[in-house]
Structures are given as structure tokens and as C-alpha cells.
Design a binder for this molecule. Structure first.
Ligand SMILES: Cc1cc2nc3c(=O)[nH]c(=O)nc-3n(C[C@H](O)[C@H](O)[C@H](O)COP(=O)(O)OP(=O)(O)OC[C@H]3O[C@@H](n4cnc5c(N)ncnc54)[C@H](O)[C@@H]3O)c2cc1C
Length: 309
């Protein structure tokens, strides 16, 4: 069946199709088993055609940006995984407006805004990932969030329709958006303000320095593992629970930042999941606070992740 689908995609698009592609090659964690079928579309038309073929064949579909906010099971992901990290890269600035496609890296978008003296995105300097991932996660840092100056998002919905959704029809909150699992984000428009070059540059540098000082950037991670509870810090709670530096196999809670769970070698998804549960349950026992995951778990079965999601 998979070979049939690959043939169909190859005949209609110039996408690269890989069978049983190890997903650990496509995540910042370096963890993850095979994707039954992994597709790298070359452009928007390829993407739309590939989605149509996958839907027609009733295959499950997962979208991956640059894989910087996911923990994928060593059993991999069933169905098709479409990677957008090599496509939809266009970014344009016109006056105060910035348009970017969802495969563009956030870092490039932020730099272009700063270069054009546009204020509003510079606090996100250093957040890895694509624009698509940032919008789904409502990525944020140092008080700024990607949704702040958003005007609209272009996407493909579950009926395979191309839609432009204005911001007032999307709910954004802390590391959360109301897009559905079937929405595939293609591009977004932002309206920013002109500001003095020195204010923007100062924020831009502060964001990067703050990150370097507080996060284990030389280790493989997916950023903050848990969301911060209201008026509290997940890292502080995990630290106070005595778990800084705690490890299971090669999965380790960073000594530098207790909300960064790192792959310190060849951690399996199982080691990481056990470590996540250990921190989750210990914080719950000691402080009666239920931590909520920020990182998205993919490919695990319900029993494995019971109590976490
Ligand atoms: C060292 C480090 C530091 C980090 N610091 C921060 C930080 O300061 N603030 C912060 O908010 N995050 C941070 N993160 C987390 C991560 O960088 C962000 O969540 C990022 O926005 C994810 O983008 P991505 O392209 O890697 O998404 P992925 O991890 O590939 O995907 C994340 C989710 O988005 C979905 N998705 C991705 N693209 C699309 C699309 N086009 N259409 C539909 N769905 C899509 C995926 O299915 C998945 O559910 C950090 C991560 C690391 C490794």
C-alpha cells in the first residue's frame, strides 16, 4: 500500500518520499523511531497534492516543522509524516508588514524584522523552529509571543480547503493555539511598528544573552519540557523537588535549568518518558501541582502517556 501511495505522490509531485525514515534525524532531541512514510514537498503545490493523496488513501497525517518541540516514540509514527523544514521558506517585508511562509525558520524572520527596524518579534531571538511550529505553539520568550502582531494565517483545513483565517478567529494563550490537528499552516502576515534601531537591537541581544546564561544550549533538548504553572516556575518546582541532574539512562534533567530535559547521549524515548513521569509525579506529590506538558508527545500509545496529557 505504501509503495502505491509513493508512486502516486511521485507521479503528481516532485516531493522526496522516504519509507521508514528514522525520525531521530529530524528532531532536536535526536530521539524517534521510523515514519512509515516521510514526505518532503518541494513547494506549496506539491504539499497540497501530497495532502490530497494521503487523505484520499485515508492515511494518518502528521506535520513536522523542525522538530524542536516534540518527543517522538522509538516505535515511530504510523502513516505519513510531512516535513516542512525544507520548503515554504519565503519571507517578505513591505513597509510595516511582514509576510512569511510557515517553513521559514523563526530566526530568519526575526532577523529580517530587526534589519528593517520593525519592533515586536525581537524577543523571540534564539527560539528554534519554523514559523508553523511557532504559531501552533504560540511560541514566546521574554514577554513576547508570536501571536502578538499577527494579522492572519493561511492554512489548509480538514476538508482540504485553502483558507485565510484572521487573528480574531484564532484563540491564542500561553503556548497554546486553537488550530485543530488537521490544520496545516502555510503562511502568516504580521503588522509591526517601526521603532528606533537601538531599542530593537538591545532587546534582540538581551534575548540571546538571557538564553545563553540560563539554558543548556550545547545539549540536545526540546526547550522547556513543562509549561510554567500560574505564578510559578516549572523549573523551580522540579529543582526544589531535588531532581536537578537526575537521570534515567541517558535522559537527564539539566543541571543548568531543571525544566530542560536533555538527551545526554543515546536516550531512548522510554527513558525520557520515565524521567518526565518521575518529575511530574514528584512535583504533584510534594507540591500538589499538576505540571502540564509543553513538549508534544508523538507516536506513543494511550497507556504509555496516561496521566500526562
Ligand atoms: C533549545 C531550545 C529552546 C527553546 N526555547 C523556546 C522558547 O524560548 N519559547 C518557546 O515558545 N519555545 C521554545 N522552544 C520550543 C520550540 O523551539 C518552539 O515550540 C518552536 O516554535 C517549534 O517549532 P518547530 O518548527 O520545531 O515545530 P515542531 O516541533 O516540528 O512541531 C511542533 C508542533 O507544531 C506542529 N506543526 C509544525 N509546523 C506545522 C505546520 N506548518 N502546520 C501545522 N502544524 C505544524 C507539529 O505537528 C507539532 O504539533 C525551544 C526549543 C529548544 C530546542
Amino acid at each position: 500500500m505504501i509503495k502505491n501511495i509513493v508512486n502516486k505522490i511521485n507521479s503528481k509531485t516532485s516531493s522526496l518520499c522516504l519509507i521508514d525514515e528514522p525520525l531521530k534525524k529530524h528532531t532536536t532531541y535526536g530521539i524517534g523511531g521510523p515514519a512509515e512514510l516521510m514526505i518532503f514537498p518541494k513547494n506549496k503545490k506539491d504539499l497540497i497534492n501530497a495532502i490530497q493523496i494521503i487523505n484520499d488513501n485515508k492515511m494518518e497525517l502528521t506535520i513536522l516543522g523542525s522538530g524542536s518541540n516534540v518527543l517522538i516514540s522509538d516505535n515511530g509514527i504510523k502513516g505519513a509524516v510531512i516535513s516542512l523544514k525544507n520548503t515554504l521558506k519565503n519571507i517578505e517585508v513591505s513597509g510595516n508588514n511582514l509576510y512569511a511562509e510557515c517553513g521559514a525558520m523563526l530566526g530568519r524572520i526575526v532577523k529580517l524584522a530587526v534589519k528593517n527596524n520593525l519592533i515586536g518579534l525581537e524577543n523571540l531571538n534564539g527560539v528554534p523552529g519554523t514559523l508553523g511550529g511557532a504559531l501552533i505553539m504560540n511560541a514566546g520568550a521574554w514577554g513576547g509571543e508570536i501571536s502578538e502582531n499577527l494579522v492572519c494565517v493561511e492554512l489548509i483545513n480538514s476538508k482540504n480547503e485553502l483558507k485565510k483565517i484572521p487573528k480574531n478567529e484564532i484563540d491564542f494563550s500561553y503556548r497554546k493555539s486553537s488550530f485543530t490537528k488537521n490544520d496545516i499552516l502555510l503562511s502568516a502576515d504580521f503588522n509591526l511598528k517601526k521603532a528606533k534601531d537601538d531599542i530593537i537591537s538591545e532587546n534582540f541581544v538581551k534575548a540571546q544573552t538571557g538564553r545563553k546564561n540560563s539554558q543548556p544550549l550545547n545539549k540536545r533538548s526540546a526547550g522547556s519540557l513543562f509549561k510554567n504553572p500560574k505564578n510559578n516556575s516549572a523549573g523551580k518546582l522540579i529543582d526544589e523537588a531535588g531532581l536537578k541532574g537526575y537521570s534515567i539512562g541517558d535522559a537527564k534533567i539539566s543541571e543548568k535549568h531543571a525544566n530542560f530535559f536533555i538527551n545526554d547521549g543515546k536516550a531512548s524515548s522510554n527513558d525520557m518518558l520515565k524521567l518526565i513521569k518521575k518529575a511530574h509525579d514528584t512535583v504533584k506529590e510534594q507540591f500538589s501541582i499538576k505540571l502540564e506538558l509543553e513538549v508534544k508527545l508523538m507516536g506513543f500509545n494511550e497507556n504509555e502517556i496516561e496521566g500526562l496529557c
